[in-house]
Write a protein that binds this ligand. Structure first.
Ligand code: NAD
Length: 287
């Protein structure tokens, strides 16, 4: 068997177009243009690129983005003040606080973001809603993966999903999404013994450890769907995932490429969440 590629890039382009059309219609009806406040602390090179790409994506679909670039020396209190300001700003429907934050900043600042504007879906309220199967704003990467799986007609009920990685932003919410969809879910992490024995049972395998080559191609069950979330940058500048792609492709039915798989979907779900936040706000507060 040679796996078919799951083209996240093409799906993301289609969804962006749909989001742009919905925004055009909103604005034509006199409703507000969705607004995203992007907060970046410091000069981490990868974060600078991510923020730039997210803002360009906003421009493309007609979301108005505002940018708060704070120095790495900012205090927790100063950052809290900025969050408070954008929480109250009426033209802002979504707030993106780019992670990671410098180590001196208290991680609890994330909880200060108004859950209705938490377009990253990381606030304990939104994660709690997802855990209770009543999701509102959902973490972008797992949400985007579900859209990709849905688009290729993936079945969930009676399937065993194996997730490699248990972080708050990918692995854990991914487990909640797949559980909600009806799969039986196993979450593996750095203390898991004999990783291969779990991966080889997966009808759906999601790799998100950030360890190149960790998931061996020979572990993949024939006919499985393989989603590689990881983006590991090699010394030569190229980016590879966690899965041994060439070998895994021989066993899987479906597989995501890296790059061009999950990454573009993460950005589009941020746009979708910002639009959803604007639509929800309209329903309670006329503009
Ligand atoms: P993280 O470092 O916060 O978490 C990594 C997880 O992998 C941890 O739970 C850890 O226990 C587990 N792990 C580490 N070594 C392992 C091993 N040997 N066996 C099993 N599990 C192991 O990372 P993260 O923020 O969740 O990101 C993971 C990867 O996904 C990174 O490569 C990151 O760049 C990528 N990522 C991509 C996107 C995207 O849009 N494509 C979004 C977020 C993260």
């Amino acid at each position: 068997m040679v796996a078919q590629l799951i083209d996240g890039k093409a799906l993301a382009i289609k969804l962006r177009r749909e989001i742009a059309n919905t925004i055009d219609k909103r604005v034509a009806q006199g409703l507000s243009r969705p607004g995203l406040a992007v907060i970046l602390v410091g000069e981490d090179p990868a974060s600078l690129i991510y923020v730039r790409n997210k803002r360009l994506a906003c421009d493309e679909v007609g979301i108005q983005s505002s940018y708060y670039h704070l120095p790495a020396t900012v205090t927790t209190m100063e950052l809290m003040n900025v969050i408070q300001r954008v929480n109250e700003e009426k033209t802002v429907h979504g707030i993106l606080l780019q992670l990671p934050l410098p180590s001196h900043i208290d991680d609890d600042v994330l909880e200060l973001i108004d859950p209705k504007k938490d377009v990253d879906g990381f606030h304990p309220y939104n994660l709690g809603r997802l855990a209770q199967r009543r999701p509102l704003l959902r973490p972008c990467t797992p949400y985007g993966i579900m859209k990709m799986l849905d688009s290729m007609g993936q079945q969930y009920k009676g399937k065993h999903a194996v997730i490699v990685g248990a972080s708050n932003i990918v692995g854990r919410p991914m487990a909640l999404e797949l559980l909600m969809a009806g799969s039986t879910v196993t979450v593996c992490h750095r203390f898991t013994a004999d990783l291969g024995s779990f991966v080889s049972q997966g009808d759906i395998v999601v790799a998100a450890a950030g360890r190149p080559g960790l998931v061996k191609g020979e572990w993949i069950k024939p006919g499985a769907t393989v989603i590689d979330v990881a983006m590991n940058r090699l010394e030569n500048g190229s980016i590879i995932g966690d899965v041994e792609f060439i070998k895994a492709k021989e066993n899987a039915a479906w597989i995501t490429p890296v790059p061009g798989g999950v990454g573009p979907m993460t950005v589009v779900m941020l746009l979708q969440n910002t639009l959803s936040a604007a639509i929800s706000r309209d329903s309670v507060l006329p503009t």
